[in-house]
Design a protein around this ligand. Structure first.
Ligand code: ADP
Length: 172
């Protein structure tokens, strides 16, 4: 796997010039706070209209919509696990979010994709463990995929960015 296929950015995911951005949504897919709210605000009201037709999404799975007013053509909505202390398969479910989002991206011929730090905001997943799972899962996927050219981790918090930088360096 070429390490340059993974990039790290400190910033706002709604501004990313990629084929698809991933939304850390909730199971209703009808919008919420955090990154979900930011994506709905930036994409415009047509996004909610399309989301209403999807009928929700179980934890660990992913659904795709158009990107509307975003620079990204697509939005992949995935539902991360709520952290309950680690005994409710939170890690496996978080890994599934990354895997299922990438599989859906591949099916749509998406070449560049940006991820937020799923579950680490309102859902309370410890950020370092979440970053480790994200990196591991994405590296594994990229080793078996030639379609996806670039994955961008978009960290909103400096804390997360520093953590990813450290872990990516270690994994290189
Ligand atoms: P969850 O419910 O999955 O925890 P949140 O939206 O509360 O989702 O938080 C997930 C991550 O998204 C957090 O790391 C938060 O800092 C980050 N975040 C919030 N707004 C943005 C944004 N505009 N772009 C990128 N990441 C964001």
């Amino acid at each position: 796997m070429r390490p340059e296929r993974i990039e790290l950015v400190l910033g706002d995911i709604t501004k990313q010039q990629v084929d698809a951005i991933v939304n850390a949504a909730n199971a209703t897919l009808l919008g919420g706070g955090g990154v979900d709210g930011a994506i709905h605000r930036a994409a415009g009201p047509k996004l909610l209209e399309e989301c209403r037709k999807l009928g929700g999404c179980p934890t660990g799975e992913a659904r795709i919509t158009q990107g509307y007013k975003l620079p990204a053509k697509w939005i992949i909505h995935t539902v991360g696990p709520v952290w309950h202390g680690g005994g409710r398969a939170e890690d496996k479910l978080l890994a599934a979010c990354y895997r299922n989002s990438l599989a859906l991206a591949e099916q749509h011929g998406i070449k560049t994709i940006a991820f937020p730090c799923i579950s680490t905001g309102a859902y309370g997943f410890p950020y370092e463990g979440a970053a480790k799972t994200a990196i591991e899962e994405i590296k594994k996927f990229l080793e078996g995929s030639t379609t996806i050219e670039k994955v961008v981790f978009v960290c909103f918090l400096k804390r997360d960015c520093e953590c990813y930088a450290r872990l990516l360096k270690k994994a290189a």
